[in-house]
Design a protein around this ligand. Structure first.
Ligand SMILES: *[C@@H]1O[C@H](CO)[C@@H](O)[C@H](O)[C@H]1NC(C)=O
Ligand SMILES: *[C@@H]1O[C@H](CO)[C@@H](O)[C@H](O)[C@H]1NC(C)=O
Ligand SMILES: *[C@@H]1O[C@H](CO)[C@@H](O)[C@H](O)[C@H]1NC(C)=O
Length: 722
């Protein structure tokens, strides 16, 4: 099942090399009710729309035929709920049109936006007859205005069809399908004044809308530019003629204040431009398809510094890779404001080829917002744009150049559960550097936490949030509570940015390379950096566990069996990146028919006197700083010829858990030998002064990192217990 696990003890390949091709989470956290705070209501499903109401301390959650108001700091606490069910007449009509009564002819909440007056704008599919309404939260109750507003062009008809929407200054921008059949894709602005895309395949061709974002580009703009709305989607390409139907990922954008043209493009966008976005995954020939995007901005910096993180999956079923690529907003914006256009050129009678347009470009620039340059020409709104400019953008909405990812390659590539959603948070680690931590939801109900450390992809953990495994449909983040909220068909979950307590030893805490967590030597706990006043041990880029103090040795557990008996010595592996090694009387055990090494245990079959002795299980984990081995378990095995009893498999798991927690995992300094005196001196030092970890980094960087030394071991060997 697990590629690294199946290689078991024989796995000796350098981790870094493997990670390039297939990034394995360091830890997999199986489902447990403690993994997340949960919400779900009996009889209600499809929790896939969310709105943060930080002003009201609420998470507003849209599901099938219901909206919930949950407490923002603990979503298990429901504050209010309201139903929005379809009437029997509507179900009948929907059924008559050939839709399924139990699934399609329901009201799936699809749009939830906050209005300036505090109300919420809500739309639902409403049995294939989309409708919108206004929702108020007052005196602990949710109530609809019952406005019965037509949802066509705002909300999808089909609950299975993807859509995107955003509300800017009470104006709704929506990308969805206009008709019952789902065959008329549009990007609209509902107010002030309804504006939409042209029905032309060169504008939108069988698109799958993914996400929308707004950029305050008018702020301090020297060009007197307008704000823009960006739309991420994938669609059937017009520009490639080598494939029958090739899907490409796209970004399109429109100007917020676009009013359409006077004659040409009347009530249509005069600023709709689109281009291809590129996420080159290994050597895939077919472009990967975008599935979600997340806008990350540093609010202290201008919008050009914002970054779009996007998830990509293959368009063929032949691969199970998913990837994350990041794009700078300034790169995206430049393609539209400065790039060349593509133009269709007829080839023969029935075929057109899209090539770069090298002719004269009209003024004002086609697709540009009304800016100072246009105003100088006496054009103050899009209605005054000349026909030449409008005709150009109507015919050529596609830019020639694709947007390339930052660094030219994906931040993360992973084989396994398909990525569905992403959010990104920036954190300052103990080294003073800021890192973007990616939280990626999957088809299998898990959340990955990953960081790209200077080009090295690293997945800290994969946590199972929903059981049974099911796709995560939405993920949002509140910078007020610092919590992540996820929704699936069966419920919603809330998780913090970090659960440092999952690491119970210093070595595990440091090798986890979680920028939120560090080891507190005083309390002997892995804790949140942000909640601690002390200096903590952390080494995110190197994973240098030699910074850890020497842990207490593991207490050996005594076991005995009769000759011919069987024994199971368990040794739970702390992470997927470890290589487990067994030693008998300090000699490394290799596979033999009677001594079988499993990923989490050693089985001794048909015991003989020669099997008695000291057994130790070491887990060896490699990081950039070297290899670190920790004693996970220690056994004193005796084979007793007088024992005639119990024939069964003797299994010890209880004492083991104890020894694990007593010992923690011991650090191995990446030196070949540590003198006993140095260790004693270090212990003495540690008791009085907190650990100055930076000094230790410097000291270790000069040492030979390729050798394994098991520090705790020397204590046991020499019989010194501190
Ligand atoms: C969240 O709320 C639930 C239900 O009231 C409660 O059982 C749980 O202890 C709360 N959890 C936290 C972390 O506050
Ligand atoms: C709604 O949830 C059910 C499972 O409860 C699932 O089978 C169905 O596909 C979901 N519908 C949509 C439109 O997501
Ligand atoms: C949280 O995000 C909002 C925008 O979504 C921003 O205006 C605000 O400054 C952020 N707050 C913090 C504490 O970062």
């Amino acid at each position: 099942m697990h590629p690294l696990r199946s290689l078991g003890v024989l796995w000796l390949l350098p981790v870094a090399l493997m990670l390039k091709e297939n990034c394995v989470p360091r830890k997999s956290v199986p489902y447990h009710s403690n993994n997340a705070l949960q919400f779900g209501e009996q009889g209600v499903s499809n929790y896939s729309t969310m709105l943060l109401r930080e002003d009201l301390d609420l998470l507003v959650l849209g599901a099938r035929e219901a909206v919930f108001a949950l407490h923002l700091s603990n979503i298990s606490n429901k504050q209010a709920s309201v139903k929005w069910e379809v009437t029997p007449t509507q179900v009948k009509e929907c059924e008559n049109k050939g839709k399924d009564r139990e699934t399609e002819c329901k009201n799936y909440i699809r749009i939830l936006h906050k209005m300036k007056d505090g109300r919420m704008f809500v739309c639902g599919t409403n049995a294939f007859d989309p409708e919108c309404d206004y929702l108020r939260y007052k005196n602990g109750e949710l109530t609809f205005d019952k406005a019965g507003e037509d949802g066509k062009g705002k909300c999808p008809f089909d609950p299975f069809q993807r859509y995107a929407s955003i509300m800017v200054d009470d104006d709704l921008f929506s990308a969805t399908s206009m008709n019952f059949l789902g065959s008329e894709p549009i990007l609209t602005r509902s107010s002030p004044g309804y504006i939409r895309t042209e029905f032309k395949t060169s504008w939108l061709q069988e698109p799958n809308f993914v996400s929308m974002t707004w950029m305050p580009e008018s702020e301090q703009s020297k060009e007197g530019d307008d704000d823009k709305v960006y739309l991420f989607f994938s669609e059937t390409a017009v520009e490639f003629d080598c494939y029958n139907k090739l899907v490409v990922p796209r970004v399109a954008r429109v100007c917020k204040g676009d009013l359409g043209g006077q004659r040409t493009l009347q009530k249509k966008w005069t600023s709709f431009l689109k281009t291809r976005i590129n996420c080159p995954v290994l050597n895939s020939k077919l472009p990967y398809v975008i599935q979600d995007s997340y806008l990350w901005c540093d609010f202290k910096l201008p919008w050009q510094n914002c970054i779009i993180f996007a998830i990509f999956t293959p368009q063929s079923d032949l691969s199970d890779l998913s990837a994350v690529c990041a794009y700078s907003m300034s790169d995206i914006s430049k393609v539209f404001s400065e790039g060349n256009y593509k133009t269709p050129v007829p080839v023969g009678t029935s075929f057109v080829k899209w090539v770069m347009y090298s002719g004269e470009v009209p003024v004002p620039r086609p697709g540009a917002c009304i800016n100072n340059e246009a105003r100088k020409l006496g054009i103050t709104q899009s209605l005054e744009l000349p026909d030449r400019t409008l005709q150009f953008v109507k015919d050529k909405p596609l830019m020639d150049q694709a947007v390339e990812p930052i660094e030219g390659e994906p931040l993360l590539i992973r084989r396994g559960a398909t990525f569905t959603r992403i959010i990104v948070n920036q954190v300052q680690a103990a080294d003073g550097q800021k890192y973007h931590v990616m939280f990626i939801a999957t088809e299998e109900g898990t959340m990955l936490k990953a960081v790209n450390y200077d080009g090295e992809m690293f997945i800290i953990e994969e946590v199972q949030l929903f059981q049974p495994p099911q796709p995560i449909k939405i993920v949002i983040f509140s910078n007020v509570t610092g919590q992540i909220y996820a929704g699936s068909d069966s419920g919603a979950a809330q998780i913090p940015l970090a659960s440092c307590e999952r690491s119970s030893s210093c070595v595990d805490c440091v090798l986890a390379r979680d920028p939120y967590c560090g080891w507190d030597t005083t309390d002997e706990k892995c804790v949140l950096l942000s909640s601690s006043q002390r200096e903590l041990i952390q080494s995110v880029t190197q994973g240098n566990a030699s910074l850890c103090p020497v842990a207490d040795p593991v207490q050996p557990v005594s076991l005995s069996t009769r000759p011919g008996g069987e024994l199971k010595l368990s040794c739970p592996s702390p992470s997927h990146l470890t290589n487990v090694r067994w030693e008998q009387n300090n000699n490394v055990l290799t596979f033999s028919p009677r001594q079988q090494i499993l990923p989490d245990a050693l089985i001794i079959l048909n015991a003989t006197i020669s099997d008695s002795g000291r057994y130790r299980c070491l887990s060896v984990e490699r990081s950039k700083a070297g290899e670190f081995s920790t004693t996970v378990a220690d056994y004193q095995v005796s084979i007793d010829p007088t024992d005639t009893g119990n024939k069964g498999l003797t299994s010890v798991s209880q004492p083991l858990t104890d020894s694990l927690s007593i010992a923690g995992l011991q650090a191995a300094v990446a030196l070949l030998v540590i003198s006993l005196t140095a260790l004693l001196a270090w212990n003495f030092y540690k008791k009085h002064i907190p650990l100055p970890w930076k000094c230790w980094t410097a000291q270790n960087s000069s040492s030979d990192n390729n050798h394994v030394v098991e520090a705790g071991h020397s204590f046991i060997q020499k019989g010194v217990i501190t």
